[in-house]
Write a protein that binds this ligand. Structure first.
Ligand code: LLP
Length: 419
């Protein structure tokens, strides 16, 4: 069920009116639905019911808010982290260290050490040298780091170039053919237990075929490695499932994904790990904003200028992403308009010539599907406030991340006394 619905003509998140939150917290503000996060977590888990041994690690990068992580920790999810900061968040939110997977192409020695000291469950190696460094750090401390090797299967994920990760020219993983050599050189080294493979070919995937092609290649490599005598017990299949952003857009369902996984991985006899991000958080959040002006353009579409901007929701500017724009109190009237924020560059445009609910200055509206890669990618460009976040649970809500206003930002800056 959709927990972002109009009731008595006013958009609600679960049982809370968006108008009430705007009045108490102000705008722009991200609003998340706990029930939606929990439902998505359950749907993804149910989709894997026919896969024998699974471990689901939520991709923290999608939405790292502590309260969101706590909801997912309570749902039994582990975490896929890509920095020491995300690792600290996952632990602070109550995720068991053993359920944390550490991905990322540029882990520093300090971060590897943090992972060892935290006792995380798995390091996903992105290159051979990382394995040698990790082994040395672990061995010095009398530890053994569980690790898998991320391979690049060279398949085209068919998504936006900036979020494609599994092509030969991308910076991620090692060419899949290099895996046997790397396993041979890391095998038996004190400090590391290389136990499998990882793959992640991209994000917002609208087609299961490239994923299937990648998994088939990984399956072949599992057999090759086993034939060479390497014990393979874990394979991390990454994340990447797309979500619908536009009305009528269809995406492969988690159930279809689960069926494909069960079919392709039958007989692998490993623990399969998953790193879903967007499919959990994307449609669990909206960005609430207020219209500042509606600016007429002679001979063209009017500009709806809202108080949210590219610094709050970067996806349209970065990836030409579509986020539905819905009035909090729609009148039924529709207009064709451009939608933009106040930031001083033309890239700060959310939509062009789009048919939307008719809005006037002072009206509230939301950008939908903003729960993933929204607040976490926000900045303070143009000295705007860092956008706050609210979590709704039934008929209660809480501010789960404060608005950081320019005065607070300046408090962290210094003018040297020699100026
Ligand atoms: N695992 C790895 C290794 C990843 O790199 C990613 C995403 C995920 C899992 C989670 O993927 P998901 O299930 O969310 O598709 N900022 C971009 C998305 C970047 C995704 C980066 N990696 C956007 O707003 O579309």
């Amino acid at each position: 069920m959709d927990h972002f619905q109009h009731k008595d003509g006013v958009l609600h998140v679960e049982g809370v009116s968006a108008e009430v939150i705007a009045a108490t917290v102000g705008t722009p503000v991200y609003l998340y639905s706990r029930a939606t996060l929990e439902r998505h977590a359950q749907v993804f888990r149910d989709a894997l019911a026919n896969v024998p041994r699974t471990h689901v690690a939520y991709a923290v990068k999608a939405n790292p808010n502590l309260a969101v992580l706590r909801v997912l920790a309570k749902a039994g999810y582990g975490a896929d982290v890509v920095s020491g900061g995300e690792m600290a968040r996952a632990v602070a939110a109550g995720m068991a260290p053993g359920d944390i997977v550490f991905s990322g192409v540029g882990k520093t020695r300090d971060e590897l050490l943090q992972g060892l000291e935290t006792g995380i469950g798995q390091f996903n190696l992105e290159l051979e040298e990382e394995g040698h460094v990790l082994a040395a750090l672990a061995a010095e401390r009398g530890l053994t780091a569980p690790a898998v090797l991320r391979v690049n299967p060279d398949v085209d994920a068919g998504t936006h170039a900036k979020i494609t990760t599994g092509r030969a020219g991308n910076k991620f993983g090692v060419a899949i053919d290099e895996a046997p050599g790397i396993f041979a050189r890391l095998e038996g080294k004190p400090g590391i237990a290389l136990r499998g493979l990882a793959v992640h070919i991209g994000s917002q995937l609208g087609d299961l075929a490239p994923l299937e092609a990648a998994y088939v290649r990984v399956g072949e490599m599992v057999r090759t490695l086993r034939a060479a005598g390497h014990p393979i017990t874990h394979v991390d299949l990454g994340g990447g499932l797309g979500v619908p952003y536009r009305p009528g857009e269809t995406m492969p369902s988690p159930a279809a994904f689960g069926e494909m996984v069960a079919r392709v991985t039958a007989g692998w006899d490993v623990t399969l790990m998953f790193e879903p991000g967007r499919v959990i958080a994307g449609n669990a959040g909206v960005l609430l904003t207020r219209v500042v002006w509606v600016k007429p353009t002679p001979g063209g579409d009017p500009w709806v200028i809202v108080d949210a901007a590219m610094n709050d929701l970067a996806r349209p500017a970065l990836y030409d992403a579509w986020h539905d724009f819905v009035a909090v109190r729609p009148t039924g009237e529709r207009i064709v308009a451009n939608i933009a924020g106040p930031v001083c560059e033309s890239g700060d445009t959310f939509a062009r010539s789009r048919e939307i609910d008719a809005v006037a200055a002072g009206d509230l509206a939301v950008f939908r599907t903003a729960g993933a890669y929204g607040a976490t990618m926000a900045s303070t460009y143009n000295s705007r406030a860092r956008v706050p976040e609210v979590l709704v649970d039934g008929d209660r809500y809480a501010i789960v991340s404060d608005r950081i206003d320019p005065a607070q930002q300046m408090a962290g800056e210094r003018v040297p006394d020699w100026l």
